[in-house]
Design a protein. Structure first.
Length: 190
């Protein structure tokens, strides 16, 4: 459905409304017995106050709310036929603002930062880099420079701490802006 350009059809809407319970059923069929996990999956589209689905519950579980927030965040980062993915920093800010009262939203942003692993960024040094992991703060991840300030691919990625002014993040890049291949093993070694 993420690739379709037309509105959701009635049959698709029915499938959407049924998917939380169907997902729980699939887990049970595969031997999952954890009551909290099963409940969270069944309730992950329920909203406090009763506005969600499939049952209109007023108090979905805390774990269900965490899944909801993660689902909203990853949807913002994902391409849709009708829109490009949001840059990670904007997706995190939008999530935090929209779910300000939701502890799961701040926990997610604190855990992944504004620039989750895999985010492509332009550094103050002029280098292009890929975020490796969260750093000291949500705004200062550890990254690997892949392209030098002259726009040339680097033979060996260089570790950059974005907490240092010279390597501060200036912008989030789209994959099409950085046409370079990298070796995952080299990145992991950093």
């Amino acid at each position: 459905m993420a690739h379709q350009l037309f509105a959701v059809k009635p049959q698709q809407r029915t499938l959407l409304r049924e998917h939380p319970m169907r997902s729980r059923q699939m887990l049970e069929e595969r031997g999952v017995q954890d009551v909290e996990w099963l409940r969270a999956v069944a309730e992950h589209h329920e909203l406090p106050g009763g506005g969600g689905y499939p049952s209109g519950l007023h108090t979905p579980s805390t774990l269900a709310r965490l899944i909801t927030v993660a689902d909203v965040y990853t949807a913002k980062l994902s391409t849709r036929a009708s829109r490009a993915p949001l840059p990670s920093d904007r997706a995190a800010r939008d999530l935090f603002v929209a779910h300000r009262q939701e502890p799961a939203a701040s926990a997610l942003v604190k855990a992944f930062g504004l620039y989750p692993p895999g985010t492509l960024v332009r550094l103050a040094s002029g280098e292009a880099a890929i975020v490796l992991r969260r750093g000291a703060t949500p705004q200062t991840p550890l990254a690997a420079a892949l392209v030098n300030r002259s726009g040339e691919p680097m033979m060996n990625p260089a570790r950059r701490d974005c907490a240092h002014a010279a390597h501060a993040i200036q912008a989030v890049l789209e994959p099409r802006q950085l046409r370079v291949q990298w070796v995952a093993e080299k990145l992991m070694a950093l």
